[in-house]
Design a protein around this ligand. Sequence first.
Ligand SMILES: [Zn+2]
Length: 259
Amino acid sequence: MSELHPAGEFFSRATGKLVDFILPPLCLACRAPVQGQGGQIGGLCAKCWPRVDFIEPPRCDRLGIPLPFPSDAPMVSAAALADPPVYDRARAVARYDGAMRELVHALKYRDRHEGVKLFARWMVHAGADVLEGADVIVPVPLARTRLWGRRFNQAALLARAIGRAVNIAETPFALERIRRTPSQVGLSAEQRRRNVAGAFRVPERERAQVAERNIVIVDDVITTGATANACARTLKRAGAARVDVLALARVTDPLTPGL
Ligand SMILES: [Zn+2]
């Protein structure tokens, strides 16, 4: 009876689907059942929850990376002074490691969207100061070919959820990719910068949405900041007053290789 044959496999797969609806919700990171606590602790199991490295103040006012010492006044890191970003301020929920890395991968590559509402809530909290006074939320666009391959833009999903939560207009088409860019994965900071330079534009019909506005760009991960900077440069050239960046995760050590 336990022998595997095509029909048996079909039934187990069919049953697997059914079981998804009956069992308690699964951990967004490791897929373990979250027994009776999913709602309270936000869809992560008790093992994964402490594996999210939330970025708490004190943090660099420009880059949003953690700083070692608290201060009453806004502080800027040595990294931001040495190589100032084009954008004004970046904020991210957590470091891009541990369970956050798994959450981003699930969102990005495995079409798991059930975490979007929770992630948006985290992002609203982490980005409270940049969202204050913001006029428009703009997601980093995917190239058309990648949108086709992956079918959706995770940055746009996050931007829409954040926009709804804080009642700020989200303009999904304010930035447009004007050329295909190879994936940034595995590239050095300098290669990333060159890869995305001149890759974006503000379409003519969207210019009124951008000029003199305070804009928050939304992305899933800030790695070297090359994409965020390219987007910010494009928006500022189109007349944006202020351009901040809000991400779910960010690499806090720019020397971390292989991301
Ligand atoms: Zn878990």
